[in-house]
Design a protein around this ligand. Structure first.
Ligand code: MG
Ligand code: MG
Length: 608
């Protein structure tokens, strides 16, 4: 038995019928009907019920019913009148559970006995219509804003038709300890709503209405949270209730699929922690793949990748040859491998098109990706050639799954007539890859990379560029063998035009920069003001800073370590970075805005 899944119609764009169709197609078992969606629909309640039935969806909850308790008796007369109309409507829809929010508007009486008495009388009326009430503490309820108090009131009401609704946002946004959920009898938790959110400091109502996210996209610990709810014995659906300005306008089916992926990931998190005591022998939801150990290769696709070949040669890469059956070339240095792909690349400026990840068991990783509904990518390959599993990320990047290799990966045997690998490479591997995301796909991308590749969500940054603020979020493996920086492209770039980069690691960045300079590389020009500031910020020797300035090398230092790095110029939509880390965990965010400004000046000069 798996848990039933549900989604509130408010999560999705479109009309109520669009939302129902998308929820069904994405594989949800049911939906919560958000009242404004129904009120605005031209379909009758019976037609909506019939559509849901045809689609195989249950209608799990009618929501919300506001301002029901803590009111004066003359106001309560009107509460009962409104409720009666809604219970009759629910009968026409075939819905048996209604969400009742704690009063945020009309409450004047701050007294648990009064709220409990009014909920009990509402429960009597509901029971007569075959309806149950799930009472939820809103984080901004006037008097009741804590789930523990909402539960006390439900206990006091002591009515079989009155239970509670647990909503992760209302609890975690207030920093309330969710552990006490386990003290609520599972059969009195009538409903569970799940939402993640980014860590923000703002009023909780605006945070809730605009910034909720699907599980795995924000910073709440929903695995632990759901564990508490399941240990309480909750048996109802896992339902998503996500108010988000972006998801209200993105493609409805795509958002529904993203939502479904988030629940699959969350169920797996819970199964993995073995907190679901009802089914201790429950198998993992997703194959246990571990995390990728390193980046196997990056691929640059271009109609003419010649300029990329030149740049790689300047950076000290060895040309390893041409692929035996495709217009594809391989360059390597240490464990850094770049594939230049001119196949089916007509009119393509150089673009970072694919990233290969070394995984312990490619078949298991592929099964995990399929279970998370990652779209497969097929590439033509000939008999005797390696056929790596590949999936398309939300930004269009193709993700390849490669077997871990200690030396050359097996697929490298398909390249011929190249040189031997240099014996003493200065570059050792790929430190991080920076992928641009269209603004509306950013949260989806965080979820995709962290769930499909089992990576963990890390730090977020905002970096000022001349044409916009670049939001950046890192997902990585525990040991940092794989680091991906996901950046939101400012509007000034069309989605595909924001340059992406690959950062190679080295233990001697100045030697790489000097050798590259001798071979004709022009590093991205960094202004003198930057180096004046560097001298002011850090007590570095003037001669060392002068050499950095000469080579376009940048520097950062924090409490734990040092970071020294430089950038190449941009070719089409891709550039390279070379980084040297000494006990440093960041990405040189302080330098990124200088880099973005330099690239901005450069692109304008090239356009003139
Ligand atoms: Mg809610
Ligand atoms: Mg970087």
């Amino acid at each position: 038995m798996t848990l039933r899944t549900s989604i509130a119609t408010v999560c999705l764009s479109g009309t109520l019928s669009d939302k129902l169709r998308a929820a069904a197609e994405a594989g949800f078992d049911g939906v919560e009907v958000f009242e404004p969606d129904l009120v605005a629909s031209p379909s009758s309640p019976e037609e909506i019920a019939a559509l849901a039935h045809r689609l195989g969806l249950t209608l799990d909850l009618y929501q919300p019913f506001r301002d029901a308790e803590g009111v004066t008796e003359d106001l309560f007369v009107d509460v009962l009148r409104r409720a009666r109309a809604k219970f009759e409507l629910m009968g026409r829809l075939g819905i048996d559970t209604m969400l009742v929010c704690s009063n945020a508007g009309t409450a004047t009486i701050d007294d648990d006995e009064v709220s409990a008495d009014q909920l009990r009388r509402l429960g009597d009326l509901a029971a007569g219509h075959g309806v149950r009430l799930a009472y939820e503490a809103l984080a901004w309820g006037r008097h009741v804003d804590d789930y523990r108090r909402a539960w006390r009131i439900v206990e006091l009401a002591d009515h079989p038709a009155v239970g509670t609704c647990i909503d992760s946002f209302h609890i975690l946004s207030r920093g309330h300890d969710p552990a006490a959920i386990e003290q609520i009898p599972g059969d009195k938790i009538f409903f569970l709503q799940l939402a993640d959110a980014p860590a923000l400091t703002m009023d909780v109502l605006s945070w809730s209405r605009h910034h909720r996210l699907f599980p795995g996209e924000g910073s709440f610990d929903l695995g632990t949270f759901l564990g508490h709810v399941l240990r309480a014995g909750y048996q109802g659906p896992l339902s998503l209730e996500v108010f988000n300005d972006t998801f209200r306008q993105t493609d409805v089916l795509r958002t529904a699929q993203q939502a479904k992926r988030s629940l699959t990931w969350l169920e797996d998190q819970v199964a993995r922690r073995a907190v679901d005591v009802r089914r201790p022998d429950r198998p993992d939801v997703l194959p246990d793949t571990g995390q990728p150990t390193s980046i196997d290769f990056v691929e640059v696709k271009a109609e003419d990748a010649g300029p990329v070949d030149v740049l790689l040669g300047q950076l000290g890469f060895t040309f390893r040859g041409r692929h035996r059956s495709k217009p594809v070339r391989l360059w390597t240095q240490g464990k850094a491998r770049v594939v230049c792909n001119e196949q089916q690349a007509r009119d393509w400026a150089p673009t970072l098109s694919a990233v290969g990840f070394e995984v312990a068991d490619p078949a298991a990783s592929a099964r995990r990706a399929v279970a998370l509904e990652a779209p497969s990518v097929f590439r033509r390959s000939l008999a005797g050639e390696m056929d790596l599993s590949a999936f398309s990320a939300p930004d269009g990047t193709e993700i390849f799954l490669s077997p871990a290799a200690t030396t050359d990966p097996p697929w490298a045997q398909e390249f011929e007539d190249g040189e031997e690998d240099a014996r003493l490479p200065l570059l050792t591997g790929v430190d991080h890859v920076n992928l641009a995301q269209p603004w509306q796909r950013f949260d989806e991308a965080v979820l995709f990379y962290s769930s499909v590749l089992a990576l963990q969500s890390d730090s977020s940054q905002e970096v000022a560029a001349p044409n916009g603020l670049v939001r950046s979020h890192v997902v990585r493996s525990h040991d940092c063998g794989v680091r991906l920086a996901l950046n939101v492209a400012p509007l000034a770039f069309d989605a595909a035009g924001f340059p992406q980069h690959v950062a190679f690691s080295t233990s001697d960045v100045l030697a790489v920069a000097r050798r590259a300079r001798e071979r004709g590389l022009r590093p991205l020009p960094i202004p003198d003001n930057y180096y004046d500031d560097l001298l002011a910020r850090f007590a570095l020797p003037a001669a060392a800073v002068a050499e950095m300035a000469e080579l376009g090398v940048m520097y950062d230092r924090d409490a734990t370590g040092e970071f020294t790095h430089f950038y190449t110029e941009t070719l089409g939509g891709v550039f390279f970075e070379v980084v040297q880390r000494v006990d440093y965990q960041g990405y040189g965010a302080a330098n990124a805005s200088v880099r973005l400004a330099a690239q901005h000046r450069r692109s304008r000069r090239l356009a003139d």
